[in-house]
Design a binder for this molecule. Structure first.
Ligand code: SF4
Length: 333
């Protein structure tokens, strides 16, 4: 997988420096095939490598409990920037920056940005190093370019599935966004958080496309889910067990609000929210997901019952109007 920098030399040096004897390698889904190769590299340092085969979608899901249970003294977490403030097990983050060139995809996006002058730039951590170059291409095309830096994430312009603060901080000052990266998920998040036209420049597929139509469809689906949830009698509030997804206090607050609105409400803990897990509870009419908002965006159509984000639930209990929700962003807490 030559498209990403796995920083093999740094890894070997850090393991030696820390004297780690047992190392847990944690990779997100797309990078998992590299696990066995990276394990061989770790082995050469004299440490015992163990690859985590469990799903991992973000730095919120650091495999701390797994590492502790098998006596690991170092976690190497790939594909995300640091999110947790403290780690109970020493951890090295390898952001797996993409090495693929973005120029062609950005050039292809230019005609799609033609009617707008002020452009906001966003991306994932894999491509943050390309934003200066992308900015140059846009400036050369006569655009004004703004990159948000709200200070919550590690890099200006960076977005993650539950934090679009960099895009939101500049939304008022731009007419459209250009998202640089693969897949639709983060670009949809930008469109839904800012209500601005959003064009994707995908360097892997070397193409550009708009996500606006899909964002409109998602808005309709979310509205339908909220309306269905308003009719629900029994709710379950899902409390995530992953280190960066645990929001018990917020879950208790939502439970209280639902109960004040006459809804019977339970608290459920869960590691991975998926349709199979939720199908086990036929007496529950709707769920509130306090863990990862990605579930409500990515997998919405797979669930048989509404699975609302915390912000969407505020519409159910009458604290927010639909218009206010759209302005705030459906997936913001
Ligand atoms: S979007 Fe979900 S998986 Fe990604 S960092 Fe946020 S909580 Fe974690």
């Amino acid at each position: 997988m030559k498209q990403f920098d796995f920083e093999e030399e740094r890894i070997k040096q850090e393991i030696t420096k820390l004297g780690a004897k047992r190392v847990l390698i944690q990779l997100p889904e797309g990078l998992k095939p590299e696990g066995p190769r990276l394990a061989k590299i770790v082995e050469k340092t004299g440490a015992l490598p163990i690859v985590s085969a469990d799903p991992c979608y973000g730095a919120c899901d650091l495999a701390t409990a797994e590492a502790e249970s098998i006596g690991v003294n170092l976690i190497i977490h790939y594909g995300h920037s640091k999110l947790l403030r403290y780690e109970r097990v020493p951890t090295i983050y390898v952001e797996a920056r993409a090495t693929v060139k973005v120029d062609d995809a950005v050039e292809k996006a230019l005609p799609m940005l033609e009617k707008w002058h002020k452009i906001g730039l966003t991306t994932t951590v894999q491509h943050v190093q390309t934003l200066d170059n992308v900015k140059e291409i846009l400036l050369h095309a006569g655009k004004t370019v703004i990159i948000g830096d709200a200070g919550r994430l590690d890099y200006p312009g960076q977005v993650i599935g539950c934090d679009y603060s960099n895009a939101k901080s500049i939304a008022k000052n731009v007419e459209a966004f250009l998202f640089v990266g693969g897949g639709r998920f983060h670009a949809l998040g930008v469109a839904l958080s800012t209500s601005k036209p959003t064009i994707v420049a995908d360097p892997y597929e070397e193409r550009a496309y708009s996500v606006d139509e899909e964002a409109r469809k998602i808005l309709k689906q979310r509205w339908a889910s909220i309306e269905e949830a308003k009719k629900a009698k029994t709710f379950a509030v899902l409390v995530g067990l992953k280190p960066g997804q645990k929001r018990l206090e917020e879950a208790l607050g939502i439970k209280e609000k639902l109960e004040k609105n006459g809804k019977t409400t339970h608290l459920f803990t869960v590691r991975d929210i998926n349709p199979e897990v939720l199908m086990e509870f036929p007496t529950v009419d709707a769920y509130v997901n306090t863990a990862c908002p990605r579930v409500s965006l990515d997998d919405a159509s797979k669930f048989q019952k509404p699975v609302l984000t915390m912000t969407e639930t505020l519409v159910v209990v009458g604290e927010l109007s639909w218009e206010e929700l759209c302005r705030k962003g459906l997936f913001e807490s």
